[in-house]
Design a binder for this molecule. Sequence first.
Ligand code: HGY
Ligand code: MN
Ligand code: MN
Length: 416
Amino acid sequence: MYKTASTGVQAERLWSRHVQMSQFGRICDGGVNRQALTREEVDARGQLLGWARERGFRVAVDAIGNLFITRAGREPNLSSIMTGSHLDTQPAAGNFDGAYGVLAGFEVLEALSDLGITTRRSVQTTVWTNEEGVRFAPGLMGSGVFTGSLALTQMLQSRAPDGVSVAEALTGLERILRPGDERLQHVPAPHTYIEAHIEQGPVLEERGVAVGVVTGIQGIRLYEVEVTGEEGHAGTVPVGARKDALRAAVRLSNSLYAEFADPGEETRFTIGRFTVAPGGRSTIPGRVEFSIDLRHPELSVLEIAERKTIDTIDECNGRPCAASVTRVLARKPTYFAPHVIELISAESRRLELPHLHLPSGAGHDAMMLSDACPTGMIFVPCKEGISHSVRESARKEDLAAGARVLANVLQKLAMQ
Ligand code: HGY
Ligand code: MN
Ligand code: MN
């Protein structure tokens, strides 16, 4: 008799795992701050590995710290079916962005085991390192190294503001690894990758639709801007003789905001981090660094936006401070595999779950995986579309519905 994996998905178990995960890096109002490879994030990974070991799933880690939890298939030499997401978060985040994709994937592995289903291919749930890119730049680091678009040696040298490198932070994983765990230099590309995630937008909730079948992801470019002036005494240096890096950076950022001001414009321009050094109240700022996050669904528009950004920074350079920009990530728009989109739609239909096709405004590890194999994503509704906020919220039954679709999709693929 053919058992359907979705029947093994337990809404209550999936929910309680989210509640348990939310204890790691807990801040106010039920929110979390669980930045990549901090004690809190490593502990969250350790919790997941604890659950994996209880179930007898295999654990592996690669050189950038991606964790792979594998439920072996009948033919372990075949490429695996992979799902997953990230456990790191933004500084003031909720409990679902990232964690849902990991926990829904783990729920599927458990459901398969509970039902005694043997799949042909192995099924893996992956925790990607540093998806959010808060502590270390750039984000999508683990999945980018895995698929080869980011260089391992360079990523290991990326440093947090406190000077800790990724290589140093990765040693923290030793605490949660066991001698029997595999340490892999090279992990083979999966047969197919499917990621579940909260929508992070309002469409599904507004339309009362349970499942979003994601068609693709808009392009992203990330930059770091550096403005260098000259430090000096706030009370003595005449205004005309100053090289105030903050003043120059404020003028520059206002020019950039003006450049992208059209409210009808689909371009998303964000400065999310702005640091002023040395930070003395009576010292003229000598150095400012700020980030730029630039997104658009069309590559040609994104390229024009990049040109405008660079030109604006060039114009500011030397007037009177030095201004330079470094691009730290460039991803063209992603289009998911049509047959994967169709499979997710078909399995949603079979479960009689209302579903619709939609693109993703947020970036995901699936963007990177689409370089390596056919890829797709399943979205579930979240409250008012809010994320990257402690106000992020999602409903137990919606999380379970998405996990049921994921279960049947992974099962179908794992039987191929
Ligand atoms: O930046 C993003 O879109 C993702 O949330 N990391
Ligand atoms: Mn996020
Ligand atoms: Mn995410």
